[in-house]
Write a protein that binds this ligand. Structure first.
Ligand code: F6P
Length: 326
């Protein structure tokens, strides 16, 4: 395998707090190890359009605390076509980039896997998504910050929910995964979480009502994971209005505020460790793996595993929430 002298770095898909800390870590670890670094703007789109700039250590100064991504991000249609990827490859070669570090979620790592296979380009992925839905890593960059943002919002909503003695359905992100909803519910002391992972097993609303979740309480908070499988918060509010008209129901959809904000210490440390490990992996000759964390140790997870395997929800967490919300 030819020696790697220059790496390209990009962020792709939905942004996540901590992506900047990861960009900083990859850039500085690469320079420390004698590699040249090129920042690619707007995700894969920048590879196709040639929006690429050399990064020195100073280019990543004072960004560890910033949410979003200084490299911008995009979901790129052109890169989904063989013609688009061919142009991307040619631009990469023109810039002298030998390997890529891709920070993103499921879709971004899928793009990396296809590109790596087609053009034999070494690609290393970093799990950057608030959804925490990548297999093989305990957590992803941005997840902890998003969870804390959810807590902040739920604490505030609880004040008004209690004053008015209302039932609130609060919809949180997560795409098809319920990690934000479930752990957000445990951490905020919510009465329940409605998550896609168990939507087909039980009617979660009926279960809630049957358990008399409001008997001794003057407000109730239910976190609902966005997903076509759950149907979202509005769906449950409508059901309650129709099936249990005694409740005074309101809905809050937290939306994109979950994606912003300064990353927590946890996400900054995670991003720094994963970013440095990405360069270690490149120096060791690894390719087409996502860098993850498993029991506090760095692990290399093949793209195929990280993307295709469904990351399971721990039943123990579901039970903890049930037991503690009586
Ligand atoms: O994957 C991150 C995420 O925030 C999901 O939780 C959400 O479903 C999606 O991105 C929203 O995407 P967009 O910003 O393109 O609307």
């Amino acid at each position: 395998m030819p020696a790697i002298k220059c790496i390209g770095i990009l962020t792709s898909g939905g942004d996540a707090p901590g992506m900047n800390a990861a960009i900083r870590a990859v850039t500085r670890a690469a320079i420390y190890n004698g590699l040249q670094v090129k920042g690619i703007y707007r995700g894969y789109k920048g590879l196709v359009t040639g929006e690429i700039k050399e990064f020195k250590s100073q280019n990543v100064s004072n960004i560890i605390q910033l949410g979003g991504t200084i490299l911008k991000t995009a979901r790129c249609k052109e890169f989904c076509t063989p013609e688009g990827r061919q142009i991307a490859y040619e631009n990469m070669k023109k810039e002298g980039i030998d390997a890529l570090v891709i920070i993103g979620g499921d879709g971004s790592l899928t793009g990396a896997r296809i590109f790596a296979e087609e053009f034999d380009v070494p690609c290393i992925g970093l799990p950057g998504t608030i959804d925490n839905d990548l297999f093989g890593t305990d957590t992803t960059i941005g997840y902890d910050t998003a969870l804390n943002t959810i807590l902040d919002a739920v604490d505030k909503i609880r004040d008004t929910a209690t004053s008015h003695e209302r039932l609130f359905f609060i919809e949180v992100m997560g795409r098809d995964a319920g990690f934000l909803a479930l752990n957000g519910a445990i951490a905020s002391g919510a009465e329940a979480a409605i998550i896609p992972e168990i939507s087909t097993e039980v009617d979660q609303l009926e279960e809630l009502i049957k358990n008399g979740f409001r008997k001794s309480k003057n407000s109730s908070i239910v976190l609902v994971a966005e997903s076509p499988i759950t149907g979202g918060a509005m769906h449950y509010a409508e059901r309650v209005k129709n099936e249990y008209p005694g409740y005074d129901v309101r809905v809050t959809i937290l939306g994109h505020l979950q994606r912003g904000g300064s990353p927590t210490a946890h996400d900054r440390i995670l991003a720094s460790r994963l970013g440095a490990a990405a360069i270690d992996a490149i120096m060791e000759g690894q390719r087409n793996v996502m860098i993850g964390i498993d029991h506090d140790e760095i692990v290399y997870v093949p793209f195929t595993k990280a993307i295709k395997n469904d990351k399971p929800i721990k039943k123990e967490l579901v039970n903890v929430l049930r037991e503690l919300s009586i």
